[in-house]
Design a protein. Structure first.
Length: 235
């Protein structure tokens, strides 16, 4: 079995609220942290730019974290776009589909992301994958569930003959609690950075600023973010 360095972490970093908080969590715990993002033809491709902004702000404002922050990797995963249209990759109405799953669900997305991230980690001697998936209050994606992710990780360990592991620090906490985690990790400054520079809106709207960040305000991602922010600020 290939033994990887468990003091090094690779964060699946979309540029959204959850993955930005997961990045802060990883920087607080590991000696070296790299990030990976995926271009899969998403409608809200503005999130790919948000990744750069969040990383830069963290480096500038938190030098002790910046010293640990290594390379950023951007991987093409356009096969997910080519498989078929979803509300995340095409101008499809956001809602519930006939299969009782959100039309924003991209089949296999998180499972593919984990596999690609694990392959990169194998090459770069990184023993821990960190991801921001959460099943407490989420949009109904089955590949955000802890059981699915841990089973995929076990398959990766078997298929790559390695001791890689997965950490999902937000898995069992609400959006409000995740903001509290960000505050505990980096104070109000970390909260402000993530609020201002991360991107969550499925429609990719950056022209409208709300108290909770930028977005259209009525897609499921915006609604979850707004609700979590309000609960966080209410104490």
């Amino acid at each position: 079995m290939r033994k990887l360095n468990h003091n090094r972490a690779l964060v699946l970093f979309s540029g959204g609220q959850d993955s930005s908080i997961a990045l802060a969590w990883a920087l607080d715990r590991f000696d070296h942290v790299e990030t990976i993002g995926f271009d899969y033809g998403q409608r809200h491709a503005v999130e790919l730019g948000a990744r750069t902004k969040v990383r830069r702000e963290i480096e500038d404002v938190f030098p002790h974290w910046g010293a640990k922050l290594g390379e950023d990797h951007r991987i093409a995963a356009k096969g997910l776009y080519e498989i078929g249209e979803t509300a995340m990759t095409a101008d499809v109405e956001i809602g519930m589909g006939d299969d009782n799953l959100p039309t924003t669900f991209v089949p296999g997305r998180n499972l593919v992301f984990l596999t690609l991230a694990a392959g990169l980690s194998y090459r770069r001697n990184i023993g821990v994958l960190v991801a921001g998936m959460c099943e407490t209050d989420y949009s109904g994606y089955p590949d955000c569930r802890e059981d699915a992710l841990q089973r995929q990780t076990e398959a990766i360990r078997l298929g790559m003959e390695t001791d890689i592991r997965l950490e999902t620090p937000l898995m069992h906490i609400s959006k409000a609690e995740s903001w509290r985690m960000a505050e505990k990790l980096g104070g109000e400054t970390a909260v402000e950075i993530i609020n201002e520079h991360s991107h969550t809106c499925y429609r990719g709207v950056r022209s409208t600023r709300h108290e909770w960040g930028y977005g259209c305000g009525d897609c499921p991602a915006c609604e979850l973010r707004a609700k979590g922010w309000a609960e966080y600020r209410a104490g």
